[in-house]
Structures are given as structure tokens and as C-alpha cells.
Design a protein around this ligand. Structure first.
Ligand SMILES: Nc1nc2c(ncn2[C@@H]2O[C@H](COP(=O)(O)OP(=O)(O)OP(=O)(O)O)[C@@H](O)[C@H]2O)c(=O)[nH]1
Ligand SMILES: [Mg+2]
Length: 461
């Protein structure tokens, strides 16, 4: 498929900067820009060269002095002829530049259209294109690395290798169908089984990396929960070094969820302060407490903040409301207000109440060093994988869904092999696995899926 239209858009962030870049892509890019260009002949220019010159309006009046970079097809971002015009950052100049290019024959690009063209022309596959958006949005070193690796084809290569091996076997199995009278097996069943197991493992590892991937990209969700007045909001503020939440000695100060992100030890965390949990007749407070439980359930890490001055029996009773929610998560019991009380009896109680190995950290939320010590526990508890340049981690929910389906299909194929099903039945499941893997890189896509994905891109990408 070739694109007839030549498109243009501002590729830099909206607003005024030192310079702005207008990107033009399409079969007419050189002809159209040449109509508004005063400088060295565009038609004779070599690819990947930059030139100083002027852009004019349709009347030939000077609009701006610019630097123009030419990329000839197919060695460009989109695979088409691309011209990038670096102009001065004035918003007015940017608009005039677009207007004059449109007047000369360009069309405004739609959101993500440059990247979409890169996919359609085969310059990158779909998962790489999606990573472009992630690279741009990266908020931490780890998320940038993961996204860059995906953009450079890390995930694609892994999937391509899997697909190739599966295709080989499925082809052999399907060949058996043509010789069904003779009852032959071209695909050695024990080899197919070993391969399917290996592939199930690889797909499983990729799918399981999604939780870490999600945490790397959006921040590890940390819920701060506990009874009213325990010092949750004080702790949130101390961790953020900011007066983010209201603090008072009135029980039930926080009524809604307060969220903020912070990077600790190179990892992005999403700290979630919640309404203190107690029995309440107040409708609004009760709604807030329901939210506290929801956030508790969604979190990966839970800080149960305990008022060090509270009676032991009260803490024991209350633990029933927290601990059952934390079976699948990392729980840190934070015994607060050590400046007011001797909390050793509480620590002893907790070591009896909580599953063995649960972190119990005694602090005063008012003491900077205590808060730093707790911070270390939080960073260790998150235990995200070390991300280096080759780490393939799934960060995209669409990929995760496809991997999950592929994993189910290959598990069915394995069962079929185990039960001695015929090649045609087993190959159906392998085909389905292949299908789902193919949707990630875009070998198998519909226009709807492409439209849905690129709708979330900004214009100019
Ligand atoms: N002495 C002392 N007071 C603390 C400490 N931590 C919190 N406080 C005080 O305890 C009171 C309650 O603190 P908050 O942070 O509002 O408690 P909370 O858990 O957010 O309470 P709710 O929002 O009502 O659920 C405030 O007066 C704080 O100043 C501490 O370590 N030592
Ligand atoms: Mg509070």
C-alpha cells in the first residue's frame, strides 16, 4: 500500500521553544517544499543532509530562515521522502509554515500518522511503533530503557523467533494431513512437545513481566492504609517532601484518595494515601473508606500504618481488616509515633499476627532519618528487575492480552499432544497461538486495530 498524500505537522511540543520542527512526509514532499524553498536545489540534494535557506509564503514573501534536513525514501522514519524543517520556535511562524505547505499541496497529518506510515511501509513493526510513544512518555531511566529496547526491536525479535519455530512444526503437521491415508508423522511428537513447552515458558515469562513492566512505566502502586489518626498523611508528606495532604489530630481528616508519584532508588512509585478505616455513620466518610479498600486491593505494596499509642487489642482486632487483603502483595507494617510510646509490645504482637517474614518497621513519621530508613524498605520490597539494554519487559496491556491468549492456546496444544490428539487438532491450537503472537507485531492486524492504536498518538508523531 502506498500513500498518495503528502502530510505535514509540527513534530515538536506545542508552544514556543527555541526552535520548532515541521515534518513533511510523502511522495510529493520534495516537490511541495521546493515550491516554498529558497536555497540549494532540493531535487539535487543528497539524502541525510541539512541545508540553511528560507521558506516563503505563497506570494514569495520571506517567512523564516530555517534549516532543512532531507531524508530520501526508503531511508527515513516513515520510509517515504521526509523533510524536516527546523524553524524559529514562534507559534506564529509554525502556523504560517504549516499554512504555506498546505497551500502548496500538503495535508495536515492525523494523530500518529507518521508512525503509522512507518509501520505500513515496513520500517518498523507495530510493537516498535507503540514503543515510540512510550519512549516519548518515559518518566524514569528504567522506563526509557525498556521502551527504547522495544523500539529497537527487542520484543519483536523474540516473538519472530518463536513464530518461526512454531511455523516450522505446524507446517510439518499440516503436511501429514495430505498423507492421512498413509498414517505418517513428519513432526516428531516428542520434539514438538519439547518445543511447545519451551515456547509456553518463554511466552509465560514475557506475560509475567507485565506486572513489573507496568510498575516501571506507571510507578509501583503503594497504598498507605490504616486506622484514622495513625499518621498516614504525615507519612505521605514526609516521603514526598511536600505538604501534599492535610494533617490534623482530628480522626477522619483524609476522606478521599490522594495520589502522587516519586522516584526512590531509581524506581518510580505511586504513593496512595487513603481515608482512615473505622466504623462511621457519615455517608461521605464511608464512601471514602470503600475507596481505601479498593486502593488496598489494587496496590502492589501496602504500608499498614499503625498508631504506636493505640491499645494492643485494638490493633489485633483491626489486623483482621487488613491482613486478609494482603495475601498476594508485599505488606510492610509501619509502627508509627515511636517518639510518643514504647512500641516494642506492638512489634511483638505483630510478629505473632503477621505471616513470618513480614517487614515491621518502627518509625516516627516526624523523623527524617526514620522516613529514609522506611524508604529503603519500600525500594527493596518493590524488587523490580534490573533493566539493562537487552531486557525485554512487556509494558503494554494489548501485548499482555495477546500473550495471555497465546499462552492459553499453546497450553491447549500441549494437552492435545499429551492426549495423543491428531495433528490437525493440535495444529489448530498452534495456529491460534501464532495468530495472537502475530497481533503484537502487526503481522495480523485490521485497520480497526491500527486506528485504535494510533488514535492515542499526538499529531506530529
Ligand atoms: N508525635 C507524633 N505525632 C505524629 C506522628 N505522625 C503523625 N502524627 C500526628 O498524628 C496526627 C494524625 O496524623 P495524620 O497524618 O493526619 O493521620 P492519618 O492517618 O492521615 O489520619 P486520617 O486522615 O484521619 O485517617 C497529627 O496530629 C499528626 O501530626 C509521629 O510520628 N509522632
Ligand atoms: Mg490522613
Amino acid at each position: 500500500m502506498t500513500n498518495q498524500d503528502t502530510i505535514c505537522a509540527v513534530a515538536t511540543a506545542a508552544g514556543m521553544g527555541g526552535i520548532a520542527v515541521v515534518r513533511v512526509s510523502g511522495p510529493q514532499a520534495i516537490d511541495i517544499v521546493a515550491r516554498r524553498w529558497q536555497g540549494a536545489s532540493l531535487h539535487n540534494m543528497s539524502s541525510h543532509t541539512a541545508h540553511l535557506g528560507h521558506i516563503t509564503d505563497s506570494q514569495g514573501r520571506l517567512l523564516d530562515e530555517v534549516v532543512l534536513t532531507l531524508y530520501r525514501a526508503p531511508r527515513s522514519f516513515t520510509g517515504e521522502d521526509v523533510i524536516e524543517i527546523s524553524c524559529h520556535g514562534s507559534v506564529w511562524i509554525q502556523h504560517q509554515l504549516l499554512a504555506t505547505l498546505i497551500d502548496a499541496g500538503c495535508r495536515m497529518a492525523t494523530g500518529g500518522e507518521f508512525t503509522r506510515r512507518a509501520v505500513v511501509s515496513g520500517r518498523m513493526d507495530l510493537s516498535q511503533a507503540e514503543a515510540v510513544a512510550d519512549v516519548i512518555a518515559a518518566q524514569s531511566q528504567a522506563s526509557a530503557r525498556v521502551a527504547l529496547n522495544q523500539m529497537r526491536g527487542g520484543l519483536s525479535r523474540q516473538l519472530a523467533a518463536l513464530r518461526e519455530r512454531l511455523l516450522h512444526f505446524v507446517a510439518l503437521m499440516e503436511l501429514e494431513l495430505d498423507f492421512s491415508e498413509e498414517d505418517v508423522e513428519f513432526a516428531d511428537r516428542s520434539q514438538v512437545t519439547a518445543l511447545a513447552q519451551e515456547i509456553e515458558h518463554t511466552i509465560g515469562t514475557l506475560a509475567d513481566s507485565f506486572q513489573a513492566g507496568n510498575a516501571i512505566k506507571g510507578g509501583v502502586p503503594v497504598a498507605i492504609v490504616g486506622q484514622t489518626n495513625a499518621g498516614k498523611s504525615t507519612l505521605l508528606n514526609a516521603l514526598l517532601h511536600d505538604d501534599r495532604a492535610l494533617v490534623s489530630d482530628i480522626h477522619g481528616t483524609t476522606r478521599d484518595v490522594i495520589e502522587d508519584t516519586i522516584t526512590m532508588g531509581g524506581t518510580l512509585f505511586r504513593l496512595i494515601d487513603t481515608a482512615g478505616i473505622r466504623h462511621s455513620d457519615d455517608v461521605i466518610e464511608t464512601m471514602g473508606i470503600e475507596r481505601s479498600f479498593r486502593k488496598l486491593d489494587e496496590a502492589q505494596l501496602v504500608l499498614w500504618v499503625i498508631d504506636g499509642t493505640a491499645p494492643l487489642q485494638e490493633i489485633e482486632d483491626f489486623s483482621q481488616q487488613i491482613v486478609p487483603h494482603c495475601t498476594e502483595k508485599h505488606l510492610i507494617a509501619v509502627v508509627n509515633k515511636t517518639d510518643l510510646a514504647d512500641v516494642r509490645p506492638i512489634e511483638a504482637l505483630l510478629s505473632r499476627l503477621l505471616p513470618a517474614g513480614t517487614d515491621v518497621v518502627a518509625i516516627s513519621a516526624r523523623d527524617e532519618r526514620d522516613v529514609q530508613r522506611l524508604q529503603q524498605h519500600i525500594v527493596e520490597a518493590a524488587a523490580l528487575p534490573q533493566v539493562d539494554d537487552d531486557t525485554v519487559i512487556v509494558t503494554n496491556i494489548r501485548h499482555y492480552e495477546a500473550l495471555t491468549r497465546a499462552r492459553q492456546a499453546i497450553a491447549r496444544a500441549l494437552n492435545g499432544l499429551h492426549d495423543g490428539l491428531t495433528g490437525d487438532l493440535v495444529s489448530q491450537d498452534i495456529r491460534e497461538c501464532l495468530h495472537h503472537l502475530g497481533t503484537i507485531t502487526g503481522q495480523i492486524t485490521t485497520d480497526d486495530i491500527l486506528g485504535e492504536i494510533f488514535a492515542h498518538f499526538c499529531i506530529g508523531k
